[in-house]
Design a protein around this ligand. Structure first.
Ligand code: FAD
Ligand code: NAP
Length: 314
């Protein structure tokens, strides 16, 4: 029986792993379906993690985290968790490889995934010219023109990154105001090869067998269609939380969620179900920052330690 099962190995899960093991829980597994690190490993630049100065990628930031946790005994299983359920005081962890593990406590840290914007051709050309990762795919468009969809921090930061590789970035936003940090907006405004296009939404991405040839955008005020000939379109329009692991066979969820599907927690990261904790982007009102996800992970771990100690003391 595990003392704690941690689902997800991003900043929240890794920090929960560090604190549970270092705090004395003897048998803890962190389930991460990919490589540990989480979504920040897709970021080309992070400059707001306290104490980390200079230009650093998300991958560089996260690289030492797993080693630090493993040192204190955290085990990593590279497997997808399909479902977490509870039978009496015991949680059941249904794994993608067919096995079922049992745990006294669970910390859910499954984070979020990029949303699709929903325009014609987006799915058809996904991975063939349409991308949600500038770090992964930006280099394919070296010295070429690309389009970016979105007006939040991610769209603006990734436009700045792409502007260093590509000859030009068309930044297409559906409103006339960005939803991003003032400093980032200023940097975008001061970058000559970013053309800012406001009040416009993608109508269609078109292309052929070889990939994307362009994007047609529609001005929301005038209805005018503009055809922008680019081989690459990057979509940064927000995220959906990964709450599927909490879904039960009868369609209900293991704990309370809000209207956006985010897990409701208190300041101890306790959910509405005893022994179940949530941390990071999955939880309600998450500031969606690495430092906050890590803080949540630590808080959830400390709560899980108290819960296991009190509930299961021999
Ligand atoms: P995630 O990082 O999403 O990690 C969740 C992990 O769980 C993933 O590794 C996933 O593979 C795994 N997982 C999901 N479901 C399962 C399952 N069923 N079984 C097993 N594993 C599963 N924040 C900042 O502070 N500064 C920045 O500059 C910044 N830039 C960003 C740039 C980009 C492009 C993006 C996308 C985000 C950025 N963020 C930034 C936000 C930051 O990345 C997130 O807030 C943070 O990663 C959330 O951490 P998390 O651990 O909650 O979730
Ligand atoms: P976000 O803040 O939700 O912004 C999404 C953007 O996409 C918004 O501008 C939105 O327009 C637009 N959009 C949404 N759906 C669309 C659609 N169907 N078609 C066209 N445009 C659409 O998402 P994000 O930028 O990924 O950021 C997510 C969170 O991570 C935020 O909390 C952000 O602060 C954080 N983050 C922080 C940093 C940092 O601190 N450096 C970096 C990256 C991300 P509207 O504005 O009109 O809604």
């Amino acid at each position: 029986m595990l003392d704690c099962a941690i689902v997800g190995g991003g900043p929240a899960g890794l920090t929960a792993g560090l604190y549970t093991t270092r705090g004395g829980l003897g048998n803890v597994i962190m389930y991460e379906k990919g490589l540990p690190g989480g979504q920040i490993t897709q970021s080309s630049e992070i400059e707001n993690y306290p104490g980390v100065t200079g230009e650093i990628t998300g991958m560089d930031l996260m690289q030492p985290w797993p080693e630090q946790c493993m040192k204190f005994g955290l085990k990593h299983e590279m497997v997808e968790v399909l479902q977490v359920s509870k039978d009496g005081d015991v949680f059941k962890i249904k794994r993608g490889d067919g096995k079922v593990d049992e745990a006294r406590s669970v910390i859910v840290c499954t984070g979020s995934v990029p949303k699709r914007a929903g325009f014609k051709g987006e799915d058809e050309f996904f991975g063939r010219g349409v991308s949600t990762c500038a770090t992964c795919d930006g280099f394919f468009y070296k010295d070429k023109e690309v389009a970016v969809i979105g007006g939040g921090d991610t769209a603006l930061e990734e436009s700045l990154y792409l502007a260093k590789i590509c000859s030009k970035v068309y930044l297409i936003h559906r409103r006339d105001k960005y939803r991003a940090a003032p400093n980032t907006i200023k940097r975008v405004e001061n970058t000559p090869n970013i053309e800012r296009i406001y009040n416009s939404i993608p109508d269609e991405v078109y292309g052929d067998n070889m990939g994307v040839n362009g994007i047609k955008i529609r001005n929301r005020e005038t209805g005018e269609i503009t055809d922008i000939k680019v081989p690459g379109v990057f979509v940064f329009v927000g995220n959906n939380v990964n709450n599927e692991v909490l879904k039960q066979d009868d369609g209900t969820f293991l704990c309370e969620l809000n209207e956006q599907g985010q897990v409701k927690v208190n300041l101890r990261m306790e959910t509405s179900l005893e022994g179940l904790f949530a941390a990071g982007d999955i939880r309600e009102d998450a500031p969606k920052q690495v430092v906050c996800a890590a803080g949540d992970g630590a808080a959830a771990a400390l709560s899980a330690i108290s819960y296991v100690d009190e509930k299961f003391q021999d």
